[in-house]
Design a protein around this ligand. Sequence first.
Ligand SMILES: Cc1cc2nc3c(=O)[nH]c(=O)nc-3n(C[C@H](O)[C@H](O)[C@H](O)COP(=O)(O)O)c2cc1C
Length: 198
Amino acid sequence: MPTVVTISGSPSVRSRSDGLLRRAVHLLESFGVTIKAFSLADFPAESLLYAHFDHPSIVRLQQAVAEADGLIVSTPVYKSAYSGALKVILDLLPERSLAQHAVLPLATGGSPAHMLAVDYALQPVLTALKARHILGGIYATDKELVWGDNGELVVADDIAARLNTAVARFIAHLPNPGVVQLDPHALNAQIRIGGISV
Ligand SMILES: Cc1cc2nc3c(=O)[nH]c(=O)nc-3n(C[C@H](O)[C@H](O)[C@H](O)COP(=O)(O)O)c2cc1C
């Protein structure tokens, strides 16, 4: 079975980008993909800021990435780019860390004007890590991701549909997709027909 590492790059406790990531995770898990999830809370701030490559928490991340088939990163747009928090985490990955990986970026922002932030800012970093395959990411604005009364993130239908397709494509591009390997369109149809709620 494939394994996917996720890195949630928002410093916010209640985070839209993390909510989008959790939706993707739910979907992946429903197809039998094993998830190893990381967020800022997993690392001491000093280890990130002073690049303690050998801190146990950093080594855990490096090992998890080395053993994984894919990576999903989520980030808020900060100042027209991805978050600094995500950068300090990615900086601690060794060169060529993503050479065997499919990568799916997810980003949220206040303005639709910054939907290209993933392409012009985050993608070069993933390329520097030699990502084998960078899937077209999902960008959602705050208006499309609204907090419901019960504290759940309500995702606009259009974004939910695009996320389904993106996850299906991501699974199809995993180097070790195992039994979940399916044509992306077939997988997306299966998601819809199955009425999988994520
Ligand atoms: C410090 C800061 C900078 C931001 N800069 C931008 C920006 O340049 N462009 C944009 O569209 N949204 C910007 N935003 C809005 C966030 O990207 C947006 O609210 C996002 O959904 C937050 O994600 P999160 O809840 O996962 O942290 C900024 C927010 C903060 C706190």
